[in-house]
Design a binder for this molecule. Sequence first.
Ligand SMILES: CC(C)(COP(=O)(O)OP(=O)(O)OC[C@H]1O[C@@H](n2cnc3c(N)ncnc32)[C@H](O)[C@@H]1OP(=O)(O)O)[C@@H](O)C(=O)NCCC(=O)NCCS
Length: 167
Amino acid sequence: MADFLTVPLSPKHRKSEFTCGNAYLDNYIQKQAKQDMKRKLSVCFVMSNDKNEIKGFYTLSNAGIPKEAVPEKIRKKLPRAYESLPVTLLGRLAINKKNKGKGLGKLLLIDALKRGLEVSKVIGSMAVIVDPIDENAVQFYDRFGFILLPDSGKMFLPMKTIEQLFK
Ligand SMILES: CC(C)(COP(=O)(O)OP(=O)(O)OC[C@H]1O[C@@H](n2cnc3c(N)ncnc32)[C@H](O)[C@@H]1OP(=O)(O)O)[C@@H](O)C(=O)NCCC(=O)NCCS
């Protein structure tokens, strides 16, 4: 099993102090993440320090996207039978304001991709997709090779590409 920088969110983590500058994401970790985990809708992974302050977090879930949504180059290689494609959704990713610009966002993204790759070894998943919260987030993910899917506004990184990254 690979080593990770994050652990699942637990009661010891000081989530009420977390602030990344985006109210929706702050509210999510403070009020919603625990519930979502309880209901098995997503898992929230956190990077914290020895005082249990959260430096950053992300969430992962299973998801599906319609075959028509993926770029033609990839789609034409897929068998017809698959109408909905299994993917891993990196739903949210945020870094605490005081830790921004130190490379932690990149580290957290790599950690999430690594988890996605591990999952794909036991449950089929052909890409990691993200749901960028705004134009800044689109630019952030664009730097790492994510492709914007035209209709949904989601972005897509093939698992094969991720596999190459960790070789
Ligand atoms: C976007 C965010 C996760 C970046 O975290 P960070 O720790 O500041 O980023 P890093 O220091 O790891 O930067 C990694 C790279 O991305 C670039 N980058 C950082 N923020 C960026 C942004 N908003 N737009 C474009 N590029 C960005 C950096 O310049 C750096 O590039 P380099 O590797 O070529 O030097 C963080 O600013 C954040 O939490 N924002 C609010 C929530 C959000 O937008 N989440 C993402 C989508 S849900």
